[in-house]
Design a protein around this ligand. Structure first.
Ligand code: FE
Length: 192
C-alpha cells in the first residue's frame, strides 16, 4: 500500500476491497460484520476507542500471509494479533488491545460461561477449536489480569451479535468522525 495514503484511506480500502467478501461461513460480508460490531458498540455508549476497536477488529483477516479461509480450513491465522500490530502504527492500546484479545475473549467466555459456548455460530464454534479451544484455569486468571480485559469481553459480545443479515448496517463512512477524532488525538505520538 502506498505510504502516502493516510490511515483512514488505507483502512477504507480494506473495507471496500477484501472486506466486501463473504464473512467466513456467515450471512453478511466482512465489512457488514465489522460495521455492525461498530454500531453495537456505539449504541452501547462505548468510548471512541472501543467503537473503533469494534469496527476494526477483523482487519487482520486481510493483512497477514494466512487468510480467514486458512483459519476455516484448520490453520490459525492469528488475525487478532496481525490486526492489532498493523493498527498500532496509528492507534493506542485502547484500540489495539481489545482487538488483540478478541479471540482470547471467545476462549475465555467459553471457559466461564457454558451458555456462551452454546450460542456461538457454527463457524465460530469451528474456529474456536483451531484457536485453542476453551481456556484452562491458569489462562482464565491471566486473561482477567489484562488491562483491557473488560473491553475485550464487550467487543467479543458485539462481534458475536454482528452477523445479522437483516440488521440496518451503517457504512464505513458513518464511522469516519470517530476515526478522525482518534487519529487527530495523536495517540501514537503519546506512546513515544
Ligand atoms: Fe469478528
Amino acid at each position: 500500500m502506498s505510504r502516502r495514503r493516510g490511515p483512514a484511506e488505507q483502512i477504507r480500502d480494506l473495507f471496500a476491497g477484501p472486506g466486501s467478501e463473504d464473512y467466513l461461513g456467515e450471512d453478511v460480508t466482512q465489512s457488514q460484520h465489522m460495521c455492525q460490531a461498530g454500531a453495537l458498540a456505539e449504541s452501547a455508549g462505548a468510548a471512541d476507542e472501543l467503537i473503533a476497536a469494534a469496527l476494526l477488529h477483523d482487519v487482520g483477516h486481510f493483512l497477514g500471509e494466512l487468510s480467514g479461509h486458512d483459519l476455516m480450513s484448520g490453520t490459525d491465522n492469528r488475525h487478532s494479533h496481525t490486526g492489532a500490530a498493523w493498527l498500532s502504527q496509528w492507534f493506542g492500546a485502547g484500540v489495539t488491545d481489545p482487538i488483540r484479545l478478541h479471540v482470547a475473549a471467545k476462549r475465555y467466555l467459553c471457559a466461564i460461561e457454558p451458555a456462551y459456548a452454546a450460542q456461538l455460530s457454527p463457524a465460530s464454534a469451528h474456529t474456536l477449536e483451531v484457536q485453542g479451544g476453551p481456556m484452562d484455569q491458569e489462562q482464565v486468571r491471566a486473561f482477567e489480569a489484562e488491562p483491557y480485559f473488560a473491553e475485550a469481553v464487550s467487543l467479543r459480545r458485539w462481534d458475536d451479535a454482528a452477523k445479522d443479515p437483516g440488521a440496518a448496517t451503517p457504512t464505513f463512512e458513518h464511522f469516519r468522525p470517530v476515526l478522525s477524532r482518534l487519529l487527530a488525538g495523536g495517540s501514537v505520538e503519546a506512546r513515544h
